[in-house]
Write a protein that binds this ligand. Structure first.
Ligand code: CA
Length: 521
């Protein structure tokens, strides 16, 4: 193995008006390093961290992405390290007087001819995987369902070669909660809509305890039960109730779950992949373990791919309220209609209030890892996060846990927490997930493939069997944003057609985490 050639000292300035730039070189740069511009570092600066491009007086605005990410707390000389302890963070923008649908969207030519091999469902949706999901109404049944799932995988699944997997939709909700509180609608509709995810083929199966607050009929009322693909008739909800008098002994419960599972496996096994236009992709994008490269490599490449998807007629969701809050003016301006802009403001206001109740604000978002990776505060992090949304007009807004009703670029309001964001995007109907990371996380979902994009060469090299695509090549000049964006688009079509991601290869997945802003009892 030869070590990659060391780069000459290199920084990336995102916008010509920026007075800071980030250091590209692996391992950072020592004091005295000289850039091509002639700028000399007056102290060591770690990789991904900011260097002052000119002398900044105390109180001066510090600009990155042509946005004021803070004000200097003291005089900072050119060539110095600009870290979070030197910056005063600006207040969040008020949610009044925002530009509403003022941006004329760039002309975007339709992108035709791209297809993938997917599983078409009776309701018109398309799955990228063929999975038996077992919905649970309450945490009490989780151990039993887990036991049953292991047996189903070992004893039944080998007889149904067209079915990819069996997944228990386990969660911590269902009882011990104030189920009539207004905000309880969020976890309930999330769980309902996840059960209807296109990757599950409309084969609903529920395991209930019996005495829980979230009764099966409340979770899945008759109006939402899908018409099964092959059967063409309204299904009665299939519920195995553990407290049913017919159950005598634990094994009789397991036998009931396995008997019902076998029926659904029979139907799912008849599904076949067929050629579908790229417009049937429903892609959720998010980032986690972000660093200062996220906003200049992986997220811009995702933004380019987002535009390709929108041009192809597909659906793309971006999310993570606290990571767009500081860019709300950009987003309301990009709304396709005043109603969409107002819906976005409504979601921001709801979240501001939610955070206030906990006596925090959006600045609670950043992690120690973000700061080590060079992100000084949430303003800087948000500017790098928003670029995942590309340049298309924002066509619609979803509140947490709602299901998609339209195509195009959608703002799906969710917490930025990786697991909660992924869970809510699954509920919206996501059939493919894109996840960018700079610090590195082995994140995965059981219900949907997750393509992980590394922001840095160093991460991609060390985590070569966990990262699916390396956008770090953009920083080192080996590839352009457009090239990596096209690679990601093509990889999406392959993965949606069945190609396994690294997380699927290793069977890595995180728990579903329902967003429950309502009280527990
Ligand atoms: Ca996240």
């Amino acid at each position: 193995m030869t070590e990659p050639a060391a780069l000459a000292p290199l920084f990336i300035r995102v916008h010509a008006a920026d007075n800071v730039a980030i250091v590209v070189n692996d391992g950072g740069l020592p004091a005295g390093a000289v850039f091509a511009s002639g700028l000399r570092l007056v102290e060591a600066v770690p990789q991904g961290h900011k260097v002052a491009l000119l002398d900044l007086a105390a109180g001066a605005p510090v600009r990155r992405y042509n946005v004021v990410i803070g004000h200097a707390l003291r005089d900072i000389p050119a060539g110095a390290w600009v870290h979070e302890r030197l910056l005063q963070m600006p207040d969040a923008r008020e949610l009044t007087g925002l530009p509403i649908a003022t941006v004329t969207p760039p002309a975007m030519a339709p992108l035709d001819g791209y297809t993938f091999e997917g599983y078409r469902n009776a309701d018109g949706s398309v799955g990228s995987r063929n999975i038996l999901a077992i919905t649970t109404t309450v945490q009490c049944v989780a151990g039993v369902v887990d036991f049953a799932v292991q047996r189903i995988k070992a004893e039944l699944l080998p007889s149904y070669p067209n079915v990819d997997d069996v997944v228990g939709l386990e969660h911590t909700y269902g009882c011990g909660v104030a189920i009539d509180a207004p905000d309880a609608i969020i976890p309930i509709r999330t769980l309902r809509n996840i059960s209807l995810n296109p990757n599950f083929g409309g084969e609903l199966m529920v395991v209930s305890l019996g005495c829980e607050k979230l009764q099966p009929e409340r979770l899945l009322p008759p109006g939402v039960i899908p018409i099964s693909d092959q059967r063409g008739v309204d299904d009665k909800l299939d519920v195995v109730c553990l407290q049913d008098d017919a159950h005598v002994g634990f094994m009789s419960m397991i036998d009931s779950v396995m008997r019902q599972a076998r029926q659904h496996l029979e139907w799912l096994n008849r599904r076949r992949r067929e050629t579908c236009p790229a417009s049937e992709l429903v892609v959720g994008v998010q980032c986690g373990g972000s660093d200062a490269f996220s906003g200049v490599t992986a997220n811009p490449a995702v933004g380019f791919a987002t535009d390709l998807l929108v041009r192809a007629g597909a659906t793309v969701m971006f999310s993570e309220v606290t990571e767009v809050r500081d860019g709300i003016g950009q987003l309301t301006a990009r709304a396709s209609t005043p109603e969409v802009a107002q819906a976005m403001i409504r979601e921001m206001a709801w979240y501001d209030h939610y955070l206030q109740k906990g006596q925090v604000d959006r600045s609670a978002n950043t992690t120690p890892g973000n700061k080590q990776g060079g992100l000084s505060n949430i303003v800087e992090k948000a500017m790098g996060s928003i670029v995942k949304s590309g340049t298309a007009p924002i066509a619609g807004v979803l509140a947490p846990g709602e299901k998609l009703q339209q195509k195009g670029l959608i703002y799906a309001a969710t917490p930025a927490s990786d697991f909660i964001c992924g869970t809510l995007q699954l509920a919206a109907g996501m059939n493919l997930h894109i996840f960018t990371t700079g610090r590195g996380t082995p994140y995965g979902l059981a219900a949907c493939p997750v393509i992980k994009v590394a922001t840095r060469n160093d991460l991609a090299r060390r985590w070569h069997d966990l990262m699916d695509l390396n956008a770090g090549r953009i920083a080192s000049g080996e590839a352009s944003i457009e090239e990596v964006g096209w690679e990601l688009f093509r990889l999406m079509l392959e993965v949606a057609s069945g190609k396994k991601t690294w997380a699927e290869h290793w069977k890595l997945h995180n728990a579903l985490v329902l967003f429950n802003p309502a009280p527990v009892t």
